[in-house]
Design a protein around this ligand. Structure first.
Ligand SMILES: CC(C)(COP(=O)(O)OP(=O)(O)OC[C@H]1O[C@@H](n2cnc3c(N)ncnc32)[C@H](O)[C@@H]1OP(=O)(O)O)[C@@H](O)C(=O)NCCC(=O)NCCS
Length: 174
């Protein structure tokens, strides 16, 4: 696949632009990950450090090289350029499953941004990458995220065991 020009959006929706992470995004990513409301249903719920944000960006950039077309991408509001959070479409480690995910700044919640981005990424996965199946996983109490996955076209498939824990599983097939 030819290299994508620097700065060009991977994907644009009506209100969002997704592009690749670069080192200059560490401060925004840290602001996202240090919010306990954002991290409530992620892992053990602990907030991230500045160093972990920098390391996550390095991993994201390696992922672009290792798995072209897949990844974790920061999202900006097209109208204002404001950092909204990130969206991802990536392999779940040690499986053949591709997962759609998102993490948004809490001040950006409730505007339909998660649904808009997730819906576009599922379409991109099917239409551009030729995926057969995309899954979504949530903590059982993360009802907002479950609602987002359903609105993005995934169906409730019960439970799955991923990341060493039992999670609610949602599935879309092309
Ligand atoms: C989950 C998250 C992405 C939702 O973002 P968002 O932009 O507010 O989502 P949307 O506006 O597209 O849709 C949210 C939906 O959930 C609903 N919702 C919100 N809180 C809810 C709750 N506590 N219970 C049930 N539904 C809820 C909203 O009403 C809306 O549905 P509606 O349009 O039918 O009314 C956001 O809260 C977030 O980033 N959380 C922290 C990180 C996270 O948990 N990521 C997901 C990990 S699986």
């Amino acid at each position: 696949m030819p290299a994508r020009p620097a700065g060009k959006a991977l994907l644009a929706t009506q209100r969002l632009a997704l592009r690749e992470f670069h080192a200059g995004d560490a401060e925004n990513l840290h602001r996202l990950n240090r919010d306990p409301r954002v991290m409530r249903y992620i892992g053990d719920g602990s907030v991230g450090t500045r160093a972990s944000a920098t390391a996550a960006i390095s991993r994201a950039r390696k992922h672009y090289r290792d798995y072209p077309g897949l990844g974790v991408w920061p999202a900006e509001e097209r109208a204002s350029g404001a950092f909204i959070g990130w969206f991802c479409l990536k392999y779940i480690p040690a499986t053949v499953e591709v997962e759609v995910g998102y993490r948004l700044m809490s001040r950006m919640w409730g505007h339909g941004f998660a649904t808009e981005g997730a819906r576009a990424l599922v379409r991109y996965g099917f239409d551009v990458l030729g995926l057969y199946r995309v899954v979504g996983l949530t903590h059982p109490e993360n009802l907002a995220s479950q609602r987002v996955l359903c609105k993005a076209g995934l169906r409730d498939a019960g439970w799955g065991h991923y990341y060493d824990r039992d999670l609610r599983l949602f599935v879309a097939v092309s």
